[in-house]
Design a protein around this ligand. Structure first.
Ligand SMILES: C[S@@+](CC[C@H](N)C(=O)[O-])C[C@H]1O[C@@H](n2cnc3c(N)ncnc32)[C@H](O)[C@@H]1O
Length: 231
């Protein structure tokens, strides 16, 4: 769990500031791997008629865009986020049938058992009360509904870790500072370092009534796609 939980208002302010260059820097700094990771997530969306999807911390809407490009193309998509400027980017990108609302992951205004799938990509790490958010995901999911979490995880061992940590701590904030707010991109590696290890997050989700499905890792374990089922 994070050593100091992120403050929701400060997080919203930070994402409001970086919203104009968010997509550009995401694609640049990940060498466009972020597209691949989100399309892996989209491919895991269950194939159900009239599927209802909730994308939490939707940001500029790239998860919903990836899901819409997938052949399953969920017909009912809702995206929520606390940062208004991120949501306006999403609005300009997605078709008007997508329901976008400003809302926190820790206090969802949806009724119980209303979604077949809940997704959250690179968002959970930023949420102040992750246990509360997972309880909310459990509440709004239908029985057997799926939660898909795409997230960065701290890399501690292995040959790749020093290179990745040098890139994310030294190079990434410098490159980002040429186009956007440097502090926000210094926060990124800090937030990853303070985030749960994957097994801890799995345990927390299990404790919230979310059973484990198939977990997949990319970039030598730096990025994980975790799948859970509502029990
Ligand atoms: C790194 S961005 C990820 C955006 C998008 N999911 C993507 O894949 O690009 C993290 C997002 O989480 C949002 N966020 C942070 N805390 C949140 C919360 N408590 N509830 C909802 N959204 C939150 C931020 O505003 C930001 O848009």
């Amino acid at each position: 769990m994070p050593t100091s939980p992120p403050d929701e208002q400060k997080i919203a302010a930070m994402f409001n500031t970086i919203a104009p260059r968010y997509d550009f820097l995401n694609h640049l700094l990940s060498l466009r791997q972020d597209y691949r990771w989100r399309s892996k997530l989209a491919a895991r969306i269950p194939d159900r008629p009239n599927l209802k999807l909730l994308d939490v911390a939707t940001g500029t809407g790239d998860v919903i865009a990836a899901c819409r490009q997938n052949k399953k193309n969920p017909p009912h998509c809702t995206g929520i986020d606390i940062a208004a400027n991120m949501l306006s980017r999403a609005r300009s990108k997605l078709d008007p049938s997508v329901n976008l609302q400003q809302m926190s992951a820790t206090s969802l205004s949806f009724t119980d058992s209303s979604f077949d799938a809940v997704t959250i990509a690179f968002g959970l790490r930023n949420v102040s009360d992750q246990q509360r958010a997972l309880q909310e995901f459990h509440r709004v999911l239908k029985k057997d509904g799926q939660l898909l979490v795409l997230e960065f995880f701290p890399l501690e061992g292995g040959l790749f870790a020093p290179f990745f940590n040098f890139y994310s701590r030294q190079l990434l904030p410098r490159i980002a500072s040429l186009f956007s707010d440097k502090t926000a991109y210094q926060y990124l590696p800090d937030s990853v370092a303070n985030f749960s290890r994957a097994p801890e997050l799995v345990q927390l989700a299990n404790d919230c009534g979310l059973g484990s499905g198939h977990h997949e890792f990319f970039l030598h374990g730096a990025v994980g796609l975790l799948q859970f089922y509502r029990l």
